[in-house]
Each structure stands twice: as structure tokens, then as C-alpha cells.
Write a protein that binds this ligand. Structure first.
Ligand SMILES: [Zn+2]
Length: 85
């Protein structure tokens, strides 16, 4: 499964650290990880997990080789912040 969404080119992901470890969601789409984190954040989920297997792959654009954990965490934070607005 490969991500074809436009978020692959979002400049928002440029600042994320690189991570190519195969244990950390290597080649998974950081944009999709961000969206998943954001969903959990909006719901203020009290327990969060990153299911790497459920994320599509992406080797394109600004999400290429970016840390999926950092993307997820940033999404979670933004989702929580949004829930207060
Ligand atoms: Zn994606």
C-alpha cells in the first residue's frame, strides 16, 4: 500500500528529524502518521499507539525518510490543541 495523498508534499514535515531505522516505521508515510496522531489528539485519547503496519508507505516529497514517531507526536499535540479551540 502506497500513500498517494497530497500531504506527502506539505512543507510542515520538512522540520521533522530523519529516521531510517527499520524498527521505527521506515518508509512509512509520516503524513499519515501525523493524521493518525491528530485524530487521537482531537479525541484526547488516553492511550495511544502507533501501528506501523497500518500506515501506507511513502518515499515521496517532504515525508521521505522522516520520523514517523515525531510526525505522530506532533499530530497528537496539534489535535489536542485544536480540541481546546
Ligand atoms: Zn500519507
Amino acid at each position: 500500500m502506497r500513500c498517494e495523498l497530497q500531504h506527502r508534499y506539505s512543507p510542515e514535515f520538512e522540520g521533522l528529524p530523519n529516521d531510517q531505522s527499520k524498527f521505527n516505521g521506515r518508509h512509512k508515510c509520516a503524513g499519515c502518521a501525523y493524521e493518525k496522531g491528530m485524530e487521537s489528539g482531537r479525541l484526547k485519547a488516553s492511550s495511544i499507539t502507533i501501528d506501523f503496519e497500518s500506515l501506507p508507505n511513502s518515499q515521496a516529497g517532504t515525508v521521505r525518510h522522516k520520523s514517523v514517531q515525531a510526525a505522530f507526536a506532533r499530530g497528537y499535540l496539534n489535535g489536542v490543541l485544536e480540541s481546546y479551540q
